[in-house]
Design a protein around this ligand. Sequence first.
Ligand code: SAM
Length: 287
Amino acid sequence: MSALIKWKNHHIEDVEVNLLLHALNERYGYDFTGYAKASLKRRLLELVSYFDIEHLSQLIPIMLYDEAVAQTVINSISVPTSDFFRDPFVWLHLRTHVLPELASFPRINIWQAGCGHGQEVYSLAILLHELGLAKKSHIFCTDINPEFLDDAKKGCWSTRNADIWRENYQKSGGNGTLSDFFIEQENKMFIRANYKQNIEFIQHNLVIDDVFKEVQLVICRNVLLYFGTDLQNHVLTLFTRSLERGGYLLLGRGENILNLKEQHLQLELRDTSLQLYRKTMDMDSNV
Ligand SMILES: C[S@@+](CC[C@H](N)C(=O)[O-])C[C@H]1O[C@@H](n2cnc3c(N)ncnc32)[C@H](O)[C@@H]1O
C-alpha cells in the first residue's frame, strides 16, 4: 500500500491540475485542457500560495461554489500582458505596408483575437485613424476573459508606462503626441472616445467558438504560445477560414507556425521577424 502511495506521489500535482481543469470546464465551460502543460501547471501552482492552501486540489471545491475564486483561476491562466505599440517595428510595417495595401478594399474587417486589457486594439485604432482608414474599418476585438474585455472597453490605464508607450509609438512611425489619443486624469490615461468608434468588443473563446467571416486582417499576438500543438492547429484553421484570400495573419514574435500541419500551407510566411502570414490566392483549396 505504501509503495503505491509513493509511486502516485510522483504524479500528484499533474493529477490535481487535470482535476481542476476538468472541474473548471464542467462548472464554468472554460476548457483549458489543450493549453501548453508546463506553463499552465506553473501558473496554477502559484495559486497555492496565493490562496494560502496546502495543495492545489483544495481549490477545486472552493472554486466550484465561489465564482469570484473561479474568475481568479481563469485570470491566472489567461495572462493579459500587453503594451501600446508593443514591438514597434511590427506596427511600423503595418503602417507602411499592410494597412496601405488593405486600403483598396471597400471595407476593412479586422479580427483582433486575445486583446488583454486593450492596448493592442487601440494601437491599431490609432493607426487606422492616422492613415485615414478608420471610417471604413471594423474591428472585432475578442478575448476569452470577460473581465479583460470590460477593462479593454473602458480604455483606461495607469500612467506608469506612458514613457514606454510614447517611445514605442514614435518608433512605430507615429509623429503625434500621446495627448492626441489620451486624456490624462489623476494618474490615469483614458483613450479618447473617437478611437473606440469602430471597435466591437465580443467575448470569444478560440477553443470552442466559430470564426468571423470575410476578414482581411487577423491579429493574434502572444496567445498561441500558451496553447499546445493540437489547439494551435485548431486556431490556425479558424484564422485561415476567417481570412479572405490575400488577407494577412499577424502572430506574435516567436510564434513560428511553419512546423505545424499541412492545412496551413494556405498561409505563406511573408516575414519571419514579424511573424506575418498571407492567405494564398490558390482557388483549388477548400478551406
Ligand atoms: C499575453 S495576452 C496578449 C495580449 C495582446 N494580444 C498582445 O500581444 O499584446 C494573451 C491574451 O489571450 C487571451 N486568451 C487566452 N486564451 C484564450 C482563448 N482560448 N480565446 C481567446 N482569448 C484567449 C487572454 O485572456 C489574454 O488576454
